[in-house]
Design a protein around this ligand. Structure first.
Ligand SMILES: [Zn+2]
Length: 325
């Protein structure tokens, strides 16, 4: 069923109908779930439930809730975890930290419902305000950089399998290198991975010399942005390195690992990206999505440890996805 048919039937709700009528706005999904606040590595750890709570509060204050379509994470998605992770890894996480397993599965389920909604044409784009993050997760059987399951990598594999997509772009603007995502697609020409990060920070990977191997050669783009890098530096990286690569790759879907620990005043990062900078990056991504894949874009929260900063940057990003700023 096409989106306009659903609109006619009122299945997308009055808010979405209004958004569709005002053509300058987008049909944007937002994944929220109280379960995202149910896991904490240890007391005082910066990857805390408060990250979700503060972000949810900021979204409420911003009045964006009335403009988005709320999405609930898909349940029973453990078989989808196997698209990226080994059964041994999953069993180990489940055994050592059942609460982390549950929260991380919920976060993966959030990205998967977003993939379904966007790939079925019900929504233009979506933001997953989920935690724990995922882009450091590989198959070690334990937590890596606060991550357990690689939501964005699973989403890409799921979109390929379920919707037959041949070319998917993943962009990662977290302060840290998305080593788990690089690992998942390093040999693979069907996923173009572009990451800006401080290569001297955790996990110590992300050298620009790492461009992929075998068929995947040329499909892994790492950009090192040293401590102190700001809006001009990251926008230049997107304009000079991402846009030309995307022009030849021509993605059918765009996924963003939206980490806001690259924002100014983060507790763990030392980049200086402002909220205006994230708005610019989001606008670049929306333009690319419009140009190559009918606007299809899904974004998932990764890091961001200054509670207020993470919330404000996320809201600026979400408002830009809605095209209301
Ligand atoms: Zn990070």
């Amino acid at each position: 069923m096409q989106r306009r048919d659903l609109l006619k039937l009122g299945l997308l709700g009055a808010v979405s109908t209004k958004a569709s009528a005002m053509e300058q706005t987008a049909l944007t999904g937002l994944v929220l779930d109280p379960g995202f606040a149910e896991h904490h590595i240890m007391p005082q750890h910066p990857e805390s439930p408060a990250r979700y709570e503060r972000l949810r509060d900021e979204i409420e204050v911003s009045e964006l809730l009335s403009k988005v379509t709320l999405l609930t994470p898909k349940r029973d998605i453990e078989s989808e975890l196997l698209l990226v992770h080994s059964a041994t890894h999953i069993a180990s996480i489940k055994r050592h930290d059942p609460a982390a397993h549950q929260a991380a599965v919920l976060a993966t389920g959030g990205v998967l419902v977003a993939v379904d909604s966007v790939c079925n044409g019900l929504l233009d784009n979506a933001f997953c305000a989920s935690r724990p993050p995922g882009h450091h997760a590989t198959n070690t059987g334990k937590e890596e950089g606060f991550c357990y399951y690689n939501h964005i990598a699973i989403a890409a594999r799921y979109a390929q399998k379920r919707y037959g997509l041949k070319r998917i772009l993943i962009v990662d603007w977290d302060y840290h290198h998305g080593n788990g995502t690089e690992w998942a697609f390093y040999h693979d020409a069907s996923v173009l991975f572009f990451s800006t990060h401080d290569a001297e920070a955790y996990p110590g990977t992300g050298s620009p010399e790492k461009t992929g191997t075998g068929e995947g050669r040329g499909f892994n783009i790492n950009v090192h942005l040293p401590c102190g890098s700001g809006d001009k530096d990251i926008v230049a990286a997107f304009e000079d390195k991402l846009i030309p690569a995307v022009a030849s790759f021509k993605p059918e879907l765009i996924l963003i690992s939206a980490g806001f620990d690259s924002r100014e005043d983060d507790l763990l990062g030392c980049h200086k990206i402002t909220d205006q900078g994230f708005i610019q990056l989001t606008e670049i991504m929306l333009r690319l999505a419009k140009q190559y894949c009918d606007g299809k874009l899904i974004s998932v929260l990764e890091g961001g440890y200054n509670l207020t900063g993470n919330a404000k940057a996320s809201v600026a990003h979400l408002a830009t996805l809605l095209k209301i700023i």
